[in-house]
Design a protein around this ligand. Structure first.
Ligand SMILES: [Ca+2]
Ligand SMILES: [Ca+2]
Length: 162
């Protein structure tokens, strides 16, 4: 009994896969989802720019060569999809003194689904604009923001960095 239902389930999956392949072949390239972008934010000037890659975005946002990457937010889980890089003048300090931040994530607001930090920085995700509560714990990296606290997927609208 269970063998039969398992087998028919497998047939069903195979049929769906075949239909999916036909559908994918019929869809023109222009209808494909927009390619993931790489965006850079210069936290000294609040200049934001997006490009095809990390170095192009950095150049368009006029990020100084001496700046370092503090935080990268991703639209997708597991560090995928469009990303936003936040550059600061120098590496974060050892203590949690909140030396950097952005009060309005703009186009990245309510989009982050995974996050990674760099250069000794950690990040606080704040639900409202202009910081405040509720906010997340200090995060070093999180491949799935649904699992942080009571859930932080697509929720952050401002960030504190320390
Ligand atoms: Ca997202
Ligand atoms: Ca929010």
């Amino acid at each position: 009994m269970s063998t039969i239902s398992r087998r028919s389930a497998a047939v069903g999956v195979a049929s769906l896969a075949a239909i999916g392949a036909l559908f994918a072949a019929a869809v023109p390239a222009s209808a494909a989802p927009a390619a993931a972008q790489s965006c850079a934010v210069n936290l000294q000037t609040h200049t934001t720019a997006c490009g095809a890659g990390e170095s192009q975005a950095k150049q368009l946002a006029a990020v100084p060569a001496a700046s370092v990457l503090a935080v990268r937010l991703y639209d997708g889980y597991n560090y995928t999809g469009t990303s936003w890089d936040y550059y600061v003048p120098k590496a974060c300090t050892a203590g949690y003194d909140g030396e950097y931040g952005l009060a309005d994530l703009g186009p990245a607001s309510n989009k982050a689904s995974s996050v990674h930090t760099y250069n000794h920085c950690d990040v606080h995700l704040h639900d409202p604009l202009n910081y405040g509560n509720p906010h997340s714990v200090w995060i070093d990296q999180a491949p799935d923001l649904r699992t942080i606290g009571d859930g932080w997927n697509n929720r952050a609208s401002s960030i504190g960095i320390s």
